[in-house]
Design a protein around this ligand. Structure first.
Ligand SMILES: [Zn+2]
Length: 92
Protein backbone atom coordinates (compact mmCIF):
# COMPACT_ATOMS: atom_id res chain seq x y z
CA UNK A 1 0.00 0.00 0.00
CA UNK A 2 1.34 3.37 -0.99
CA UNK A 3 0.48 6.53 0.91
CA UNK A 4 -0.34 9.67 -1.01
CA UNK A 5 2.03 12.56 -0.76
CA UNK A 6 0.61 15.94 -0.01
CA UNK A 7 0.79 18.39 -2.87
CA UNK A 8 1.91 21.26 -0.70
CA UNK A 9 5.66 21.49 -0.34
CA UNK A 10 7.07 21.49 3.17
CA UNK A 11 7.57 24.97 4.61
CA UNK A 12 10.97 26.46 3.97
CA UNK A 13 12.95 27.01 7.11
CA UNK A 14 15.32 29.95 7.10
CA UNK A 15 18.65 28.52 8.25
CA UNK A 16 19.92 31.89 9.46
CA UNK A 17 17.32 33.72 11.51
CA UNK A 18 17.33 37.47 11.05
CA UNK A 19 16.37 40.07 13.59
CA UNK A 20 13.03 41.81 13.23
CA UNK A 21 13.68 45.53 12.62
CA UNK A 22 10.40 46.46 14.33
CA UNK A 23 11.38 44.55 17.45
CA UNK A 24 14.82 46.15 17.39
CA UNK A 25 13.29 49.63 17.17
CA UNK A 26 10.95 48.90 20.09
CA UNK A 27 13.80 47.52 22.18
CA UNK A 28 15.92 50.58 21.36
CA UNK A 29 13.07 52.72 22.65
CA UNK A 30 12.57 50.67 25.81
CA UNK A 31 16.19 50.14 26.74
CA UNK A 32 18.01 53.15 25.32
CA UNK A 33 15.26 55.77 25.10
CA UNK A 34 15.66 56.23 21.35
CA UNK A 35 12.42 57.53 19.89
CA UNK A 36 11.38 55.93 16.59
CA UNK A 37 10.58 58.16 13.66
CA UNK A 38 6.97 59.26 13.60
CA UNK A 39 4.83 57.42 11.12
CA UNK A 40 6.80 54.20 11.34
CA UNK A 41 5.49 50.86 12.53
CA UNK A 42 7.68 51.13 15.63
CA UNK A 43 6.14 54.47 16.59
CA UNK A 44 2.66 53.01 16.12
CA UNK A 45 3.53 49.95 18.19
CA UNK A 46 4.81 52.05 21.07
CA UNK A 47 1.84 54.42 20.89
CA UNK A 48 -0.61 51.51 20.95
CA UNK A 49 1.07 50.04 24.01
CA UNK A 50 0.34 53.25 25.88
CA UNK A 51 -3.34 53.42 24.93
CA UNK A 52 -4.99 51.12 27.38
CA UNK A 53 -3.15 47.94 26.58
CA UNK A 54 -1.91 47.83 30.15
CA UNK A 55 -4.75 47.71 32.65
CA UNK A 56 -2.48 46.82 35.56
CA UNK A 57 1.27 47.24 35.50
CA UNK A 58 3.34 44.09 35.79
CA UNK A 59 6.71 45.38 37.07
CA UNK A 60 9.94 43.51 36.48
CA UNK A 61 12.88 44.52 38.65
CA UNK A 62 15.66 45.83 36.40
CA UNK A 63 17.86 47.27 39.14
CA UNK A 64 21.54 46.98 38.37
CA UNK A 65 24.47 46.94 40.75
CA UNK A 66 25.44 50.39 41.92
CA UNK A 67 22.01 51.88 41.36
CA UNK A 68 20.88 53.75 44.49
CA UNK A 69 17.14 53.24 43.84
CA UNK A 70 15.46 50.00 42.76
CA UNK A 71 14.01 50.34 39.28
CA UNK A 72 11.46 48.34 37.34
CA UNK A 73 9.87 48.21 33.92
CA UNK A 74 6.32 47.10 33.24
CA UNK A 75 6.47 43.94 31.16
CA UNK A 76 3.26 44.90 29.37
CA UNK A 77 3.67 48.57 28.50
CA UNK A 78 7.31 49.39 29.25
CA UNK A 79 6.55 52.09 31.81
CA UNK A 80 9.53 52.87 34.05
CA UNK A 81 8.92 52.65 37.79
CA UNK A 82 10.93 53.17 40.99
CA UNK A 83 10.65 51.55 44.41
CA UNK A 84 8.39 53.41 46.87
CA UNK A 85 10.11 51.95 49.99
CA UNK A 86 6.79 50.27 50.99
CA UNK A 87 7.09 47.21 48.77
CA UNK A 88 5.39 48.82 45.81
CA UNK A 89 6.38 50.72 42.70
CA UNK A 90 5.83 54.34 41.77
CA UNK A 91 5.78 55.91 38.34
CA UNK A 92 8.22 58.85 38.55
ZN1 LIG B 1 2.12 48.66 32.35
Amino acid sequence: MRLRRSKTPPPQVNPTPTADPLRIAVLEHDLLGIQPQSGTAAALCIALRRTGACLQHDPIDVTTLGTPVRQALCSRCGTAMVDDDKGGWLIP
